[in-house]
Design a protein around this ligand. Sequence first.
Ligand code: NDP
Ligand code: HSE
Length: 437
Amino acid sequence: MKPINVGLLGIGTVGGGTWTVLTRNAAEITRRAGRPISITTVADRDLDRAREVTKGQAKLVDDAFSVCKDPEIDIVVELIGGYTVAKDLVLTAIENGKHVVTANKALLALHGNEIFTAAQKKGVMVAFEAAVAGGIPIIKALREGLTANRIEWLAGIINGTTNFILSEMRDKGLPFDVVLKEAQALGYAEADPTFDIEGNDAAHKATLMASIAFGVPTQYERAHIEGITKLDARDIAYAEELGYRIKLLGIAKKRDDGIELRVHPTLIPARRLLANVEGAMNAVLVKGDAVGPTLYYGQGAGDEPTASAVIADLVDVTRMHTADPEHRVPHLAFQPDQLEDLKVLPIEQCRCGFYMRMRVEDKPGVLADITRILADNEISIDALIQKEPAEGESQTDVILLTHVTVEGNANQAIAQIEALPVVAGEVTRLRMEQLDR
Ligand code: NDP
Ligand code: HSE
């Protein structure tokens, strides 16, 4: 049977994994796809490394654009990363009638609307299972498996690097920089690891999941993004004391008035399965109105886990490429003319519980002042601990958890608490989610 010809752009971590798995499992994959899937051409800047991986089994070129225009190529797999050259390459491939498979969440979160529109016009597929949560088939689950549901919210640990850093810091007491270097050596981190630790990568993925879950255009520019670089070890310890773990979560919630789309360190109850996802593992919890909560867990980064998702897309495209484009699964799960113009809400309108830590004078009336301010701002307290002051000190830490409130109210209360003469410095604030309904 005639093989489907694939042009691979970028044979680094994920490209190398894709080559290896496709070669190792060729027979099994062919049985599933109905015909062989063959990487006939590889483009990379480093041809020596490409030669080492492919061992003469593919044509090697350094001009990736030539692959996108090659009439012999059916599917272009973009595994270069970034959103400059990669965008031009993907649009060139589409323009030339190629189907595209990519793991590039940054590209799709920023330029997905343009890319999907171009693909739809040309009648080609753009598949991106590997772009979210590495090897976990979360795109397939959201787009197809949960298609009967109104999806209410989703929350996920969707960046392996930061989860690895948080786990190693907590369990082994290792410093941030040391663990980040280890994550880079293991191939988890982005080419620019700022994207991981500042939350951008998780926001790219949350943006894509929100679009598919709720049937809205991608709105990365409106997402609220906070990473883990400002996280203080004291808060990790206090959270544990209160029965919570801190995880970097990507959260998307559908409300009648808009969408919450946010990435930030989040306190979650330690007894939740999500709180016990460690290392570079990822997990996504999705709440559908019919099915209830469902949880997807697996390796979120690395060569072969991500290759698993890339190849799943290759098989899907191989099976579907002769089908009438109207009969294919839409890129964003909903028919393109049915996307809803529901906007991502500003963070001040988002609702969640809060953890607040403040340094206060240890004297009568201080707690009364703080609780009065919270009550005036319609914030109710869930738990509160006041530490004994260290010997010889007049100040101590107060830590409190609130019930769900509007972020704008929390901001106002924090500003008023910080203005109290008995409160020293700034209030540390973290968001909290119960993830139970
Ligand atoms: P790598 O940096 O390991 O691989 C990219 C490869 O592309 C490198 O060999 C690079 O060469 C080459 N390259 C860069 N620019 C060009 C160009 N203009 N023409 C030809 N080749 C080029 O990245 P990853 O494999 O880690 O990531 C690839 C994509 O997959 C990214 O979008 C990433 O976000 C995504 N992803 C990565 C995961 C992971 O675990 N690593 C998991 C899920 C998604 P050189 O080294 O010389 O720059
Ligand atoms: N840098 C990403 C992570 C790779 O750490 O999760 C997988 O998308």
